[in-house]
Design a protein around this ligand. Structure first.
Ligand SMILES: [Zn+2]
Length: 71
C-alpha cells in the first residue's frame, strides 16, 4: 500500500500560504490521516521518503500506525 505525508496547517491557515503544523500519514492520496484527522484535500503531499527530514514534524499517532502497517 502506498503511503504519503499530508500537511496539517497551523490554525486557520490556507494551504497556499500556510505554515505546516504537522505532517500526517495518509493512505494513497486520501484526505484523512491514519490517526483519523481530517485534512484538506488541497493540503500539500510529500513522499514518506521525506520522513525524518529535519523540520518535518510527524504526527505521533500516524507514525505509530504507519510503522505497524509497513513491512
Ligand atoms: Zn495523524
Amino acid at each position: 500500500m502506498e503511503h504519503e505525508l499530508r500537511a496539517e496547517y497551523v490554525d486557520g491557515a490556507e494551504p497556499e500560504d500556510g505554515e505546516v503544523k504537522t505532517w500526517h500519514v495518509v493512505r494513497e492520496e486520501e484526505a484523512t490521516g491514519m490517526c483519523g484527522r481530517e485534512l484538506s484535500p488541497e493540503a500539500a503531499l510529500r513522499s514518506v521518503d521525506d520522513w525524518g527530514n529535519a523540520g518535518m514534524p510527524i504526527c505521533h499517532s500516524c507514525g505509530a500506525l504507519y510503522l505497524r502497517e509497513s513491512p
